[in-house]
Design a protein around this ligand. Structure first.
Ligand code: CAA
Length: 672
């Protein structure tokens, strides 16, 4: 099929890009556009042109799949150069999304009109690159340097009205964009107005410096952010053509970087994760009304995200005070939402989906499920929001285990994107599609998991944290481990995370598991010792660190060090220094080893799903692409050596994962 349909209407050449699903600017599209612009230039009866997109959208940018391959001509800057150089005016008529190369294409035209529902943006930095077809040069000529820095470094997507205010768009029309564009081309206002000849609006150096600092902070000073700032600033300091050549050279260098490959991998992995495996029914059960049981932080957050997605929500809690408070909060935040605060269990009978979000305790959850069994209508999906509890044991409390599913939300539930959808042994096949469709409607990234301890995320995090505890006993202090892992890119090191979430939760679980733990397994008693001294983390102003003045102390104190040193002595270990690199590699290989096991056991469907879970739920640096992608970039021999190191450190009970299964590239990695 032709990637570009051309028609002539009222002496205007209409160029409609048709490259489903998102009209990405693949080589075929670029070539067809260039040919059409040459035709517009050559045919004297044509007075101007219109570029628009067929289907749901204008153009979502360059074809990201092409980024992993050598570029093939004509390149986008050449096409855009031809549009600017064409003696006849060309209008971009936008709807849906004009992103990345799509917006750059529009910026090379002489006017931009759009439907009110259009979004525009330059998200390249989120892919580890900078705009490579004039975006860093044309945008600041319309918006000024500081706004361009803000927009390009964040990758923010603007609604049409905001873009109009900033001068990125010229006009918003209610409908009939073609008609509006033709009228403009026939009006006296119609002329060549290339953005490249505009002067960059004047701004103070302080304003620009402020925008720069804010962008660096928000973008964690990643290479693409630094490069984007430098490129945008050149718009005001060197000639357009020269700056354009610089922009392209930087774009090409960044495009080939491992960071950009990791970010592209994440882009496709996030989309792949939401796909159901073949063989499962794809049709979800219809869900309109959702009941949430438990009005605490988690239940309140789940109710909020469901209300925001347009579901009717019934909220219930046996604690009436908590329930009315949560109900009031939600009504204040979302006054238009369809919320009912239930009086009794009987009120959940309307729900198509019930999500239990009560205390993380098997007996409590089973009790709730017995009530759900008695009150929920036949065919309703009964979901448990749990981070560790066995779905089958919860399901066994009902007479309908086929309707029971795990939905593991992450806190705060209305903010965090990740949702683990856990199938129990007896879950009906259509529950997978139902959970995944529900997650997508919540605008989350749902990942399908099997029912195993900790599912995907907590199982890997557990292995990682345990390895970090071993490193304490071996010779590192908590701050050594945290600093090394934060330097690697984790949002927070494991001991800072533990202090934040409260050590008592892990302590309670450890005590519950004490009788089943094999005494030969290596066990680090530091956390228990801290808890016995009332050090539960931030909430008691002391844990691995001190928080006396509301801020984390830079290092652990003498008490903590004494507890750790005593643990080393008891285990007969002579404490030795661990370099930041050794710490990073041990922590990472622990994740990788567990990931390999999860894949072998079928708990995770794809290696790339594991990456999505770790990046979106556990602060793994997105620009490294998750533990599986990281491992795929390492030498096999080094990984095996790392495995030997943690095997020796773990001792009895260590299970070595089969790296083959993890290192074989999966579909989610197709663009790297
Ligand atoms: N290149 C290749 N494929 C793309 C793509 C792109 N730019 N944008 C989307 N797709 C694919 C997706 O992978 C997905 O494919 P599958 O169905 O096979 O999974 C399909 O198009 C639909 O995408 P979504 O599932 O994301 O659909 P949506 O309706 O939820 O969202 C969208 C549509 C808002 C356009 C969203 O896809 C999006 O944000 N795309 C990325 C935009 C982007 O980052 N563009 C910048 C590219 S870099 C660039 O342009 C640099 C340059 O210098 C020229």
């Amino acid at each position: 099929m032709d990637k570009l349909q051309t028609t002539i209407r009222n002496d205007v050449l209409i160029m409609e890009i048709s490259n489903p699903p998102v009209n990405a600017l693949s080589q075929a599209v670029r070539a067809a556009l260039l040919a059409a612009v040459q035709r517009l230039t050559a045919e004297p009866q044509l007075r101007g042109g219109i570029i628009l997109g067929a289907g749901n959208t204008f153009v979502a940018g360059a074809d990201i799949k092409e980024f992993g391959q050598p570029p093939t001509p004509p390149l986008l800057p050449e096409v855009l150069g031809a549009i600017e150089a064409c003696p006849k005016p060309i209008v971009a008529a936008l709807h849906g999304a004009a992103l990345g190369g799509g917006l750059e294409l529009a910026l090379a035209c002489d006017a931009r009109i759009a439907l009110a529902s259009t979004v525009v943006g330059l998200p390249e930095v989120t892919l580890g690159i900078i705009p490579g077809a004039g975006g860093t040069q044309r945008l600041p000529r319309l918006t000024g340097i500081s706004t361009a820095i803000k927009l390009i470094c964040s990758g923010e997507r603007l609604q049409a009205d905001a873009a109009l205010k900033l001068g990125i768009l010229d006009e918003i029309v209610a409908d009939d964009m073609q008609g509006a564009a033709i009228s403009w081309l026939h009006s006296t206002a119609s002329c060549k107005r290339p953005v490249s000849v505009l002067r960059v609006p004047q701004e103070t150096t302080e304003d620009i410096a402020k925008a720069e600092q804010a962008a660096l902070k928000a973008g964690k000073s990643r290479p693409a952010v630094i490069a984007a700032i430098a490129a945008v600033k050149e718009a005001a300091s060197i000639p357009f053509a020269e700056a354009l050549a610089h922009e392209r050279a930087v774009f090409e260098t960044l495009r080939a970087s491992p960071e950009a490959a990791a970010l592209r991998h994440m882009f496709f992995a996030e989309r792949e994760a939401t796909r159901l495996p073949a063989g499962l029914p794809q049709t979800p059960r219809p869900i309109q009304t959702v009941a949430v049981i438990g009005a605490g932080t988690m239940g309140g957050g789940i109710a909020r995200t469901a209300l925001e997605a347009g579901y009717t929500v019934i909220l219930f809690d046996q604690n009436k005070d908590l329930l009315s408070q949560a109900g009031e909060n939600l009504r204040t935040k979302l006054p238009q939402a369809q919320l009912t605060v239930a009086e009794s269990w009987a009120d959940i009978a309307q729900a198509d989906l019930v999500i239990e979000a009560v205390f993380e305790d098997l007996a409590v959850k089973q009790d709730v499920f017995r009530k759900l069994d008695a009150h929920a209508k036949p065919g309703a999906v009964l979901a448990t929001n749990t981070s560790y509890i066995d779905i089958d044991t919860v399901a066994a409390a009902t007479k309908r285990p086929e309707d029971v599913l795990g939905l593991h939300f992450f806190s705060p539930a209305h903010v965090m994107k990740l949702l683990e959808v856990v199938r129990g042994t007896h879950s009906a096949p259509d529950l997978a599609a139902t959970g995944m469709a529900f997650g997508k409607r919540l605008k989350k990234i749902p990942v399908l998991c099997g029912n195993a301890f900790g599912f995907i995320g907590n199982r890997i995090y557990n292995a990682y944290r345990t390895q970090c505890e071993f490193m304490l006993e071996d010779g590192a202090w908590p701050e050594d481990v945290d600093t090394a892992l934060e330097a690697f890119g984790f949002a927070m090191g494991p001991f800072s995370v533990a202090d934040l979430s409260g050590l008592d939760i892990a302590w309670r679980m450890r005590k519950a598991n004490a009788t089943t733990r094999n005494p030969r397994s290596r066990y680090v008693p530091v956390l228990d010792e801290l808890c016995e001294r009332g050090r539960f983390g931030r909430k008691t102003n002391a844990g691995y660190y001190n928080y006396a003045d509301g801020k984390r102390s830079s290092g652990s104190d003498e008490t903590v060090r004494a507890i750790i040193a005593e643990a080393s002595t008891k285990r007969g270990i002579t404490r030795h220094e661990l370099t930041p690199e050794a710490i990073q590699r041990r922590a990472l290989i622990a994740m990788v080893n567990e990931a390999a096991q999860l894949l072998a056991e079928g708990v995770a469907q794809r290696a790339s799903d594991i990456d999505v879970v770790l990046v979106h739920g556990y602060g793994f640096p997105r620009w490294i692409g998750g533990p599986a992608h990281w491992a795929q970039g390492q030498e096999r021999e080094t990984l095996e050596r790392d495995l030997d190191i943690i095997a020796a450190a773990t001792g009895f009970g260590f299970v070595r994962g089969d790296l083959d299964i993890l290192l074989n590239k999966t579909k989610g990695d197709n663009a790297s």
